[in-house]
Design a protein around this ligand. Structure first.
Ligand SMILES: [Fe+2]
Length: 293
């Protein structure tokens, strides 16, 4: 215990100091810092709103229900962090792009299964439902050098706005997921379908919170990426479709202007035949710049 608070009893006025001081003996300095700050902010919040006992009970009930909603494929706590903007803040603080690298955004709750390795050009739409789309891109380092052998992990919602794990038994396993490796030029490409905007799962406590606060649960259409290469800092990001609804009101605050791209319409039967796509398809190009590790 530190001076000034030794033996001090709890009082409304000094509650944050008294409780914070109880952590002063924490051996790990970072844990001590985090707990002290957490206590100060939590007490300030309770005092600010003068939390009632009913509200405290409701909060405990809410967190309990949030835990109960979690299982192997449903992560309600991540959703809660997402809708409070905390996921986005942590991601942004920890992966500042410094004006050079591709900006990061939320991981989201659906990266729950390993994406299967697939050869460049593979079609990740295993059921073929939706508007065909060619995704191309290149991974470079901060100096523009191509990054060969980078892994590009992608996953996305289907044409109805669902991930494969939300439709077990209905869609093939690992539908719309793939793990690609860039070629010697740092390029990657694959075939897929245009993702649809979708609601985050809103049948649980987080959905009830959105409902009670008049917020919608939608995310604009996007494809998820995690790009990794030895010697570089990995990036977790999305490419957003420029024509999607909800670009300006993403329920999880994930949109950054630098990540929005046109999914252009291509009507070129010769090119389509070459790619094994229908005559009319869409295409998006997404360059990814990694920072040095
Ligand atoms: Fe997503």
């Amino acid at each position: 215990m530190t001076d000034g608070t030794r033996g001090e009893l709890f009082s409304e006025e000094r509650s944050a100091d008294v409780v914070s001081a109880s952590f002063d003996g924490t051996p790990d300095p970072r844990l001590r810092e985090v707990m002290g700050s957490l206590v100060r902010h939590l007490h300030a919040f309770v005092k600010d709103v003068e939390l009632t006992e009913d509200e405290w009970n409701a909060a405990i009930g809410f967190l309990t229900a949030t835990g109960h909603k979690c299982d192997d494929v449903r992560q309600e706590f991540v959703l809660l962090s997402d809708v409070l903007g905390v996921s986005m803040l942590v991601e942004t603080i920890n992966h500042r792009a410094k004006g050079v690298g591709t900006e990061s955004t939320v991981l989201g709750p659906f990266h729950v299964v390993e994406s299967p390795p697939r050869p460049l050009g593979a079609d990740i739409s295993l059921d073929g439902r939706g508007e065909a789309c060619l995704v191309t891109g290149r991974v470079t380092g901060p100096g523009g050098e191509p990054v060969a052998g980078a892994t590009v992990d992608v996953w996305q919602a289907d044409a109805d706005g669902f991930y494969d794990v939300q439709k077990p038994g209905e869609v093939p396993r690992a539908n719309l997921r793939g793990l690609f490796t860039t070629d010697t030029e740092g390029t990657f490409w694959f075939r897929t379908i245009v993702p649809r905007h979708y609601p985050i799962p809103d049948d649980g406590p987080v959905g009830a919170l959105l409902e009670a606060t008049g917020r919608h649960p939608y995310r604009p259409a996007h494809i998820h990426f995690i790009v990794r290469a030895p010697g570089y800092a990995p990036v977790t990001t999305h490419v957003f479709a420029a024509d999607s609804a909800y670009l300006d009101s993403d329920a999880v605050f994930g949109v950054k202007p630098s990540l929005v791209r046109e999914f252009a319409v291509v009507e070129d039967p010769a090119r389509a035949a070459e790619l094994g796509l229908p005559d009319r398809f869409r295409t998006v190009d997404f360059e990814i710049v990694l920072l040095s590790a």
